[in-house]
Design a protein. Structure first.
Length: 214
């Protein structure tokens, strides 16, 4: 989107992000994040880490953490959160579609509420598969296109205004299908609901996908 949109709404979106999700986090999303991240291990990369909502939830089994966040307003808050938490991590202000890391260099990749926003999720998943080692896992929580045709129709109708308000978030993506057609194989995926969220972003998938060994 445009430069003025990025400079004004982009800045406000980053500033309001944690507050706008607070009720949802407290009503259950925070617990889902905790359960998901408990399985992270080794060298770990998070895509679109935002303000760093996941930071405090990484287990000790994570030996090194790389946070990819291309939005400068989000990245500034992420660095602030890192400093407050006294946590060591590398912030890469790069899009997930173009990761500046070698092949097979991570054990775990994290995607939470990000494949809805990344402009080219198929390219991002291909890139994520490139940097994951064979047998490595992607752990995800993503809001997705509804399985209910009526809700899906509303997601299609409201996609444009929601995308404007949500700083590029598409509420109607069939993300599980995108994961299934990527080099990763979903090995556990559960349909759930995002608590205390508007109906068009309530349908949720959470689980993991593995990069098959060659
Ligand atoms: C809805 S926020 C989610 C933030 C965080 N992952 C969470 O769980 O709360 C979406 C994030 O994706 C980031 N993003 C947008 N385009 C991206 C891209 N091409 N690659 C990686 N991240 C991107 C945005 O800057 C934003 O921080």
């Amino acid at each position: 989107m445009g430069r003025i949109y990025d400079a004004t709404w982009g800045r406000a979106f980053a500033a309001l992000y944690d507050r706008s999700l607070k009720g949802t986090e407290e009503a259950g999303l925070g617990e889902m994040r905790r359960e998901l991240l408990a399985d992270a291990e080794g060298r770990t990369i998070e895509m679109g880490a935002g303000t760093g909502v996941n930071l405090d939830l990484y287990p000790d089994a994570v030996t090194e953490l790389v946070l990819c966040e291309p939005d400068p307003h989000m990245a500034r808050r992420l660095r602030g959160h890192l400093a407050e938490a006294g946590r060591r991590a590398t912030v890469a202000e790069e899009p997930a579609e173009r990761l500046p890391f070698p092949d097979d260099s991570f054990d775990t990749a994290i995607c939470t509420l990000v494949l809805c926003t990344i402009p080219d999720p198929a390219a991002a998943l291909a890139e994520l598969a490139r940097v994951l080692r064979p047998g490595g896992r992607m752990l995800f929580i993503e809001h997705v296109r509804s399985e209910d045709p009526g809700t899906a129709r509303w997601q299609d109708r409201l996609e444009r205004p929601w995308r404007f308000l949500g700083k590029g978030c598409h509420c109607n993506r069939d993300t599980l299908a995108t994961i299934a057609s990527s080099p990763l194989e979903p090995d556990a995926a559960e349909h759930d609901r995002m608590p205390k969220a508007p109906p068009i972003v309530r349908p949720l998938i959470r689980g993991s996908a593995v990069l098959p060994t060659r």
